[in-house]
Design a binder for this molecule. Sequence first.
Ligand SMILES: [Zn+2]
Length: 203
Amino acid sequence: MIILDKWKYTIYVSEKKDGTAREIKDFIYTKQVHGNALHILDKKIEFIDSENDGIISEIPKIKVWVLLADCNGILLMGKRWYGAIHAWRKGLQNGMIEKALDRLKNYDEDIAALHAYIGPSIRACCYEVGDEFLGYFNKKYFSRRDWKLYFNMIAMIKDILRDADIPLKNIEIHTDCTACSWRFFSYRKSNKNQRIVVAVEKK
Ligand SMILES: [Zn+2]
C-alpha cells in the first residue's frame, strides 16, 4: 500500500501485493457504474447503497475510496471538503470532475487552494481507443502510433483542473501506467475482476 501524507490528508493507493479491493478493509465505498452521480457523504457508513462515481465529504478520519483498474482515481482536497472521483472516458464526457469542483465551490471551498491527486491509471502509452473517440474529445489529446490511436486522459484531466483554477503545483500525478506497470491491476492486462483502491482520509 502506498501511503502519502499530503497537506491535511492521507492518500492510500493499493498495489497488487495488497490483494484485490475486497481484501482491503476500513474504507467507505460506493457502487460505481461509469455514471455521473455524486454522493454527499454526511455520516460514517461502510457502503453507500446507491450508484455513484464520486463521493464528497467533510468528515475527518474516514477513508473514502474509489475502485479502479485503468480508470482514473482523482482526489480533490480542500480546506474542509474533499472528494474521491472515478473518471474514465464516460466520466470525462459527463463532466464528472467539473461537477465535483462545482459542488466544492458551492461549499465555499477556495478552488485555487485545492490540491488534487491522480492515482495510477492507463496512460497514453497503452490506452488504445477507436476513432469514434475523436468525436468525443479535443484532438490534441490523441496521438497515433503504427496507425493505432491513443488517448491521453491525464493531459485532459490536467487541463480541466487547471481551467478550474487549481495551480499546477497543487496537482500531483502518480507516474505509473497501470497497463505497463506490474505493480497495479489493469483491466486491459486481463485483470478483469481485480481493482485497486485510491482513497483519501482527512486528518
Ligand atoms: Zn502504459
